[in-house]
Design a protein around this ligand. Structure first.
Ligand code: PEP
Ligand code: MN
Length: 376
């Protein structure tokens, strides 16, 4: 092998271990204020949460990555002493966000149990590498939030960088993705991205940060429930003794009491059961789904054959591939039919656009081939 070439890591061979000792039927719970503001506030939040007895890890930001410089940027290293007190007084393990070498050194000095990488760090490989280099040689557990943009590779890249530094206990936190448009979310969840991550890393613990997805209190439960229904391992929620007074993210924080109620309302489902009747029914329904999926692919194959025929015909007549008006008609018709069939406009749009693109690709292949008769 050539000197200096980066070592390739095979995802399948990564031996990532769980951070938490997860009990069946109970989600992993990470909770605490967005930011450590005062010693009193941190300890009050911690004691109130500890009383509930179901918190696995107490969170609090010490260094806050704020969008604009004049916002509260965290209390800094002094807050680490407060987290140490939380450990001593409540017995709960603690975690804080680290974004550079200095943060890592300080956090480790104060015995922070788990480090977390924020969304604005995961997005930047230089920062992730700096954190990874600072951690090297210390097998401290690390939680990695998704990058702010919906790029699964960046998220995986951060896992690989931290793993290469010798960290074996790694978990991930899904906190949603930036979106410039009207939405009910502060950060849109795009559930398919964490689902794909879980497919590639089945052993990794995946936590839903409902606070940063929602950005508001009234939807925290439904997003946490959705995560549980998607078999996420746990939740990370921002909890503050007096949320309205919080120095950061006030709109999304809840009191320890409200958090306790949220946890009580969560329905935790199992991934399977030995009940033979369930197995029979589910097998039957899955068989039907598989048949429909096969049928859909057969139909799509036939549709593309027709697209190629059209491509040949257009080529012979020197006509452009894209016919905007016709495409508009197809989309409109499909949206109307979709609605009747109970399919959302968004879904029909995504499917139709993908089919249209594939159809264009097939026609382009025909257009650029040397001879129409051979291509037929
Ligand atoms: C946080 O957890 O307080 C935080 C800053 O989150 P994120 O990195 O997800 O924005
Ligand atoms: Mn926050």
């Amino acid at each position: 092998m050539l000197e200096g070439l980066p070592i390739k890591i095979d995802i399948m061979e990564m031996n990532i271990r769980p951070i938490f000792d997860k009990k069946p039927g109970k989600p992993i719970v990470i909770a605490g204020p967005c930011s450590a503001e005062t010693e009193e506030q941190v300890l009050k939040a911690a004691h109130d949460l500890a009383k509930q007895g179901n918190v696995d890890l107490f969170r609090s930001g010490i260094w806050k990555p704020r969008t604009r410089p004049n916002a509260f940027e965290g209390v800094g290293a002094v807050g680490l002493g407060w987290l140490k007190k939380v450990k001593e007084e409540t017995g709960m393990k603690v975690t804080t966000e680290v974004a550079n070498q200095q943060h890592v050194y300080e956090a480790l000095k104060f015995g922070i149990d788990v480090l977390w990488l924020g969304a604005r760090t995961t997005v930047n490989p230089f920062s992730v590498q700096e954190v990874a280099d600072a951690i090297k040689g210390v097998d401290v557990p690390v939680l990695i939030k998704n990058p702010i943009n919906p790029d699964l590779k960046l998220w995986i890249g951060a896992i690989e960088r931290i793993y290469k530094a010798g960290v074996t206990k790694i978990g991930v936190i899904h906190r949603g993705f930036s979106y410039h448009g009207q939405t009910q979310y502060r950060n849109v969840p795009r559930w398919q991205i964490p689902i794909e991550l879980k497919r590639q890393f089945p052993q990794i613990e995946i936590i839903c940060d409902n606070s940063h997805i929602c950005g508001r209190r009234d939807t925290l439960l439904s997003v946490a429930q959705k995560a549980m229904d998607l078999n996420f391992d746990g939740v990370m929620t921002e909890v503050h003794p007096t949320p309205d007074d919080a120095w950061s993210d006030a709109a999304q924080q809840i009191t320890p009491l409200q958090f306790g109620e949220l946890l009580n309302q969560l329905q935790i489902r199992v991934t399977s059961t030995d009940d033979p009747e369930y197995k029979d029914t589910i097998d039957h329904l899955r068989h039907e789904i598989d048949e429909i999926d096969d049928e859909m692919l057969n139909i799509l194959g036939r549709r593309m054959q027709l697209s190629e025929k059209i491509g040949e015909y257009k080529k012979r007549n020197n006509i452009t591939i894209l016919q905007s008006a016709r495409w508009g008609e197809i989309l409109e018709k499909a949206t109307t039919l979709g609605k009747i069939k109970g399919l959302s406009e968004e879904f029909v749009g995504v499917i139709l656009k993908a089919i249209h693109q594939e159809s264009i690709n097939h026609q382009e292949k025909i257009m650029s081939s040397e001879d129409v008769s051979k291509g037929a």
